[in-house]
Design a protein. Structure first.
Length: 262
């Protein structure tokens, strides 16, 4: 494995880079996260927030978040940083070199403490061995009353080859994540499992792959823009409507809005 790929194997990295606008899981998650932040973390248009996406990858969220303020991104992979800097439509600031930086949790974040109204950390925490210290770092980046939007993979029973190829240290259970977020000094305002509708087939696929020792990345063999991909996106993204007023009892992932109160 090349050390250039801190957070995932090169096969999985190559399978996902540049697919923010096609792959069902990436598109659906983006819709769910933005809607969740609007409904459960007071995110509004035209408020000129300062927003940081920690683990921004190839810009999944940066363009969408730029509608709400000035966006910054940080990622451990130089290839992802370069990709974002080349994509002139990702940020709303001409100085992309300053706004998109290389860095990684917990101790190598190139932005000052208490700089942001919102920090998004989406499917990153599971890549960090010391996740408690990482959460403290994320809290430290927030201004007083700033918001953290966090997603992580859930349910240890879903552990499989995709987690190994993604260099995950863990999948989270609900109580474990709540305890760690609160211990970092954050006040949890809303939380839920999500990716609930598609959990049964995902569970079956993971179990079959584990049983027969099939070591492939889920994203590597998914169609890029076909009928099935579009159907999965529609099913997955529809969860945003439920999450406005309800919580899912289980799911493939967990989502949290939490606030720094001091």
């Amino acid at each position: 494995m090349s050390t250039d790929y801190q957070y995932m194997d090169k096969e999985l990295y190559d399978a996902t880079i540049g697919r923010e606008n096609s792959f069902w899981w990436l598109c659906g998650k983006r819709e769910i996260v933005i809607d969740f932040a609007k409904n459960h973390a007071q995110l509004e248009f035209d408020k000129k927030y300062t927003i940081c996406d920690v683990g921004c990858g190839t810009g999944l969220m940066l363009k969408a978040l730029s509608e709400y303020g000035e966006v910054y991104g940080v990622d451990a992979e130089q290839g992802a940083v370069d990709y974002c800097r080349r994509s002139s439509d990702i940020t709303n600031n001409e100085d992309a070199n300053a706004h998109i930086q290389k860095g990684m949790l917990p101790d190598d974040i190139p932005f000052d403490k208490e700089s942001f109204d919102y920090v998004f950390c989406l499917d990153v925490l599971e890549h960090v061995e010391d996740d408690r210290r990482a959460l403290e770092t994320l809290c430290g980046l927030l201004k007083s009353n700033g918001w953290l939007i966090l997603t992580v993979p859930a349910r240890k029973s879903l552990w499989g080859s995709n987690d190994v190829m993604s260099h995950h240290f863990r999948r989270y259970e609900y109580a474990e994540l709540m305890e760690k977020v609160k211990a970092a000094g954050l006040d949890v305002r809303r939380e839920s499992y999500f990716n609930f509708w598609l959990m049964p087939p995902i569970w079956v696929i993971r179990k079959v792959k584990n049983l027969f020792h099939i070591e492939t990345a889920d994203a590597a063999f998914s169609e890029k823009d076909g009928v099935v991909n579009k159907a999965l996106k529609r099913i997955f993204s529809s969860e945003k409507y439920m999450l406005r007023k309800h919580r899912f009892p289980t799911g493939v992932s967990l989502i949290i809005s939490a606030r720094r109160m001091k």
